[in-house]
Design a protein around this ligand. Structure first.
Ligand code: SR1
Ligand code: MG
Length: 400
């Protein structure tokens, strides 16, 4: 079948043709995609309740329109990455039922009993299993796709399947370039102009971003998810599912760990509004910071254990090397977390945690908190010694 963007009716017809539902079934189809790039259809059989998700890539970036063409190959990358992640972390990603490259379509498990984590955090929900689950996901996917945990020739071949230049270019521009200059891609409230212009002039910040950008462009440490924000994570109090790895490519590990931390901190900034009282705000912020600390400590312990037990590289057992590697990974995590916070305040794509705050004065306070913490993380990344640095900067950032 040649590529065409599905309507809700097309999705039903295709599902029946492929035998996912009987021909006579009464199937409801709803387009529910609220991301920046793709169509997502939720299909349910009215009688049996059986449901599946169809995710279809559009040949352009939905958030901008047809003027921004985008490769359909990202659907292949996404389903291949999901399959690799599913093998390494059973239960932590949705099951892929089918993949149709010509239609840029992936058919996968319906996760509607979960909620998108960004929404859950805005509602100040606690997820007691999340830190353990996401640190497992990060440790296992990053370790076993790296030269530490996989045959180094196989890794190079695998890298070839995940070059992903067009989606990397989005990241290179939107995260590591546009926010630091007067780019037409930026979009921000006029009330924030002075803060944004100060950031455009901040050469110390630009110097650190240039180093982090170089890492993103040149370091092929592990197969990354590549876009691990809280809109790419479905949660329930007892379950975590990572979705949407269409940005997957071989890059620096800290980029994925930093993405999770950044998005918890964006919600931390947004609590200026979402918490109704000072006490509620202090409680939920403490929960977010505790979660960040648990994610890093859990990740580090699991990654070191995998290294000690399954390391394939003789030289990586050289005394002192693991400590050196983990410290650098922590510093990268902190630097990338900062970049990922800053881009969501005045770059092209924002986050609901801050953008949905209606009162401009409160929204501005949240934006300034996010920019302050983000800049501190970027500027301090190469001297940070522990995850406490992030916690301390978050507390300071909220005190202004
Ligand atoms: C044009 S795409 C904008 C953003 O959406 C995706 O989720 C990525 O974060 C990308 O940077
Ligand atoms: Mg996405």
């Amino acid at each position: 079948m040649t590529y065409h963007a599905f309507t809700e009716a097309d999705a039903i017809a295709y599902a029946k043709k492929k035998g996912l539902f009987p021909e006579a079934a009464q199937v409801d189809s709803r387009e529910i995609g609220d991301g920046n790039l793709n169509l997502v259809f939720h299909l349910t059989d009215r009688d049996t309740g059986k449901s599946v998700i169809f995710k279809q890539a559009l040949p352009y970036a939905k958030v901008v329109g047809e003027s921004w063409p985008l490769t359909l190959d990202r659907a292949r990358i996404e389903s291949e990455a999901l399959i690799i992640q599913g093998k390494l972390c059973p239960g932590l990603v949705p099951e892929v039922y089918a993949n149709e490259p010509e239609l840029a379509l992936t058919v996968m498990e319906d996760l509607s009993d979960h909620v998108i984590m960004r929404k859950g955090l805005i509602e100040r929900t606690h997820y007691p299993k999340f830190a353990d689950d996401i640190s497992t996901f990060l440790a296992r996917t990053l370790f076993f796709t790296s030269d530490l945990g996989m045959n180094q020739q196989d890794k190079k071949l695998q890298q070839g399947r995940f070059i992903n230049p067009e989606l990397c270019k989005i990241t290179e521009d939107l995260i590591f370039d546009d926010p630091y200059t007067d780019s037409p891609n930026n979009s921000f409230d006029e009330h924030l102009r002075a803060e944004v212009e100060a950031l455009w002039r901040d050469e110390q910040l630009h110097f650190e971003v240039a180093i982090l950008r170089e890492g993103f462009l040149t370091r092929t440490q592990a197969l990354l998810h590549g876009d691990l924000h809280t809109g790419s994570i479905f949660v329930k109090p007892d379950s975590t599912k990572v979705i949407d790895p269409e940005f997957a490519y071989y890059g620096p590990m800290g980029f994925d760990v930093g993405a999770v931390i950044a998005n918890l901190l964006l919600n931390y900034a947004g609590q200026e509004h979402w918490s109704r009282t000072a006490e509620e705000r202090a409680d939920y912020r403490a929960y977010l910071l505790e979660t960040i600390e648990q994610i890093w400590t859990g990740f580090e312990a699991k990654f070191r254990a995998l290294w000690n037990e399954h390391g394939v590289d003789r030289m990586s057992r050289t005394p002192g090397y693991q400590d050196y590697y983990m410290k650098r990974l922590l510093q990268d995590t902190i630097g990338y977390a900062g970049c990922k916070m800053i881009r969501r305040v005045h770059g092209l794509a924002h986050v609901a945690d801050i953008d949905r705050i209606e009162d401009p004065a409160v929204r501005k306070r949240a934006q300034v908190i996010a920019l302050t913490i983000g800049s501190a993380l970027v500027k301090g990344n190469r001297s940070a010694e522990s995850i406490r640095f992030v916690i301390d900067e978050a507390v300071k950032g909220a005190q202004q």
